[in-house]
Design a protein around this ligand. Structure first.
Ligand SMILES: Cc1ncc(COP(=O)(O)O)c(C=O)c1O
Length: 402
């Protein structure tokens, strides 16, 4: 029998669910259900409101807007920045395709840049790809590996583009002691099934810029014109969409946030063991301390060596080149410029976008492909026992020695 669940197993291999979830979440959900208020609208100072305050406090930012996903957090962020037709947004060629989809959703054109060996956007290639049409850049902290935010923010100051961090795979990570998602003008987080904390789905946009926040707030709620806050808005309400979170999501996320430091501590402890044993084989990091620790990356000279290591007994590694949705050569809707459900809404056809760079090809980011082909990932688990961890380390050691 064909079913989405059946098909999904092919697509989601290589990714583990890090879930720590249990009685506290059950009690939080029960509280919402017993209170008979599941809609965040009309529930001031309740679960979603409280989560927004707690997430902002955790990250040390002024504003958090809780939404229903990471993609919608990215879209709300770009809408908040005023990005639209006529604008190019540079993204890495190694990310989930949702990063590119978010750019198209606001009518702009995604331009792809190479990654470097840290698996995040290469600041040198970013510099080469900047044009006067570059209005925003989305660095992605893939697998919780921090992008080089110093270099990116320096370029942003010099050239005047906005930075929206895609921290969807990096809940709680940091770069040089400052949380990922708070370096740029805004940051987007995901709480979907594969993330460090989860409510099954969910997301958050964070920023210190009130104007950006207010525009994102309007965009995320089709009913914004009718909400109690409407009278206080400085921006005249425009039509938006429906990205609202609900109270059950908010209640779960509040518990998950309390679990986050413990999950990160345990993931990082596991990663430190790998680093202690295999430092010279690891991919470089922009900040190992701030890395979330969900994944350990090994670097090899060739794809053949990488595949041999990945498939050695007990290693359970995989090559990022095989993770279809994250590698630009597999983004057929983008490569073939099907940027909307209706041709008249397809940003690739907009008159404002003609002349922007949309000449995509499968060989446009060769360095990214070369790096992805000779890297091996091992997914880490915060709940491995000492014995399980030792078994993995021993298996890697044996594979490297053979
Ligand atoms: C890098 C990246 N960006 C964006 C997203 C989109 O998040 P969501 O699935 O919550 O919309 C994901 C989700 O997997 C992601 O990994």
């Amino acid at each position: 029998m064909k079913s989405w669940t059946f098909i999904s197993q092919k697509y989601y291999w290589g990714v583990i669910e890090l879930y720590r979830i249990g009685q506290e979440e059950i009690e939080a959900i029960a509280r919402v259900i017993n209170g008979k208020k599941l809609f965040r609208v009309g529930a001031p100072y309740q679960e979603v409101d409280k989560f927004e305050r707690e997430w902002a406090q955790h990250l040390g930012v002024e504003y958090t807007l809780c939404v229903n996903g990471g993609t919608t957090a990215l879209i709300a962020g770009l809408a908040g920045m005023g990005i639209g037709p006529g604008d190019e947004v540079i993204i890495p060629s190694y990310t989930f395709m949702a990063t590119a989809i978010a750019v198209l959703a606001v009518g702009a054109i995604p331009v792809l840049a190479e990654i470097d060996e840290t698996m995040t956007i290469d600041p040198e290639d970013l510099k080469r790809k900047l044009t006067p049409e570059t209005k925003a850049v989305i660095p992605v902290h893939m697998c919780g590996f921090p992008a080089n935010m110093d270099a990116i923010m320096e370029l942003s100051k010099k050239h005047g583009f906005k930075v929206l961090e895609d921290a969807c795979q990096a809940d709680g990570g940091s770069f040089r002691g400052k949380h990922l998602g708070t370096w740029g003008h805004a940051g987007a987080f995901s709480f979907n099934d594969f993330k460090i904390i989860t409510a099954g789905e969910g997301g958050a946009l964070v920023t210190n810029d009130y104007n950006l926040y207010e525009r994102a707030l309007i965009y995320h709620d089709g009913g914004a014109a009718f909400r109690p806050f409407a009278g206080e808005l400085k921006t005249p309400v425009f039509t938006g969409s429906q990205f609202r979170a609900n109270e059950i999501m908010g209640a779960i996320l509040r518990v998950q946030l309390r679990r986050l430091p413990g999950i990160l501590e345990d993931l990082r402890a596991v990663k430190r063991e790998f680093v202690a044993h295999f430092r010279e084989r690891m991919i470089p990091s922009n900040d190992l301390e701030g890395d979330c620790g969900t994944t350990v990356g090994f670097s090899f000279a060739t794809e053949e060596e990488a595949r041999s290591f990945a498939t050695s007994p007990g290693v359970e590694g995989w090559l990022p080149i095989d993770s279809d949705k994250h590698v630009f050569i597999n983004w057929d809707p983008i490569l073939q410029k099907r940027g909307a459900h209706h041709e008249a809404l397809n940003p690739y056809r907009f008159p404002e976008n003609q002349g922007l760079r949309m000449d995509y090809s499968k060989d446009m980011c060769p360095r990214t492909l070369e790096i992805l082909r000779r890297t091996v990932y091992i997914n880490l688990n915060p709940d491995w026992t000492e014995e399980e961890l030792k078994m993995r380390i021993d298996s890697c050691q044996q594979a490297l020695n053979s």
